[in-house]
Design a protein around this ligand. Structure first.
Ligand code: PEP
Length: 252
């Protein structure tokens, strides 16, 4: 059984105080939730304060990015081990905003995933096609390439520390969610590629999250799909009530 993960990506939003306030609200609202892994990803400056705020609860903290080095002359960058030290167990990599706005390549994302593994943290590895790629029939090729190049050099053991997030670029921040069937089709394909790359057991054990305009009113249908193991939530993770309802998705 794959335990569902609901992760909130707060992007470039909220001060330290606002982040702690949201974390405290979620801690109170979700104290009884046992069957779902809950993750929040605040901005770098709020990581430690949020990690302290959720201490003692089942909410975990993730970073939104990292640099693939342990330390050194990399002005402005933060390493996976320092993020772990700040209280993060997981780190998001390959988000489409970083691929598009900061030209991050599959090779660079692969280096980050390896660095995250070496630091003993978990990578939330985002992949997804643009609308043009989908409409021109290249979706499966794009996903396969992102997976193959993003995970090259990793073994089955390292895959224990990787969560995949399928985030169609056309659905992120647009309010245009993938249909349940579109999500399932992509997730089943991703699992098949993982199975070819590693082994069926590795693919079967890997959590694949859906991301792209997940809201309280569409999460239930998405989570009912057999290969959808959770959600990576942007906009709706900024309001405690909405995120709490997403965490409490209704099954079946
Ligand atoms: C995201 O940022 O990963 C995301 C899915 O955003 P939204 O839920 O706002 O579409």
């Amino acid at each position: 059984m794959r335990k569902p993960i609901i992760a909130g990506n707060w992007k470039l939003h909220k001060t330290v105080d606002e982040s702690v306030d949201l974390a405290n609200q979620l801690k109170a609202a979700l104290a009884d939730v046992k069957n779902v892994e809950i993750i929040v990803a605040p901005v770098f400056t709020a990581l430690t304060a949020v990690a302290q705020a959720v201490n003692g609860s089942s909410i975990e903290v993730a970073a939104q990015n990292c640099y693939p080095a342990v330390s050194g002359a990399f002005t402005g960058e933060v390493s996976p081990s320092l993020l772990k030290n700040a209280g993060c167990n997981s780190i998001i990599v390959g988000h489409s905003e970083r691929r598009q706005l900061f030209n991050e390549s599959n090779a660079f994302i692969n280096a980050k995933i390896k660095a995250i593994h070496a630091a003993g943290a978990r990578a939330i590895f985002c992949i997804g096609e643009t609308l043009t790629e989908r409409e021109s029939g290249r979706m499966f090729d794009v996903l396969k390439r992102q997976i193959n190049e993003g995970l090259v050099g990793l073994d089955a053991e390292a895959m224990g520390g990787v969560v995949v997030a399928y985030e169609p670029v056309w659905a992120i921040g647009t309010g245009k969610v993938a249909s349940n069937e579109q999500a399932q089709e992509a997730h089943a394909f991703v699992r098949g590629v993982l199975s070819e790359l590693f082994a069926t057991e590795v693919a079967a054990a890997t959590r694949i999250l859906y991301g792209g305009s997940v809201k309280p009113d569409n999460v239930d249908g998405l989570m009912a799909m057999p290969d959808v193991d959770g959600a990576l939530v942007g906009g709706a993770s900024l309001k405690a009530e909405d995120f709490a309802r997403i965490v409490r998705f209704q099954q079946g």
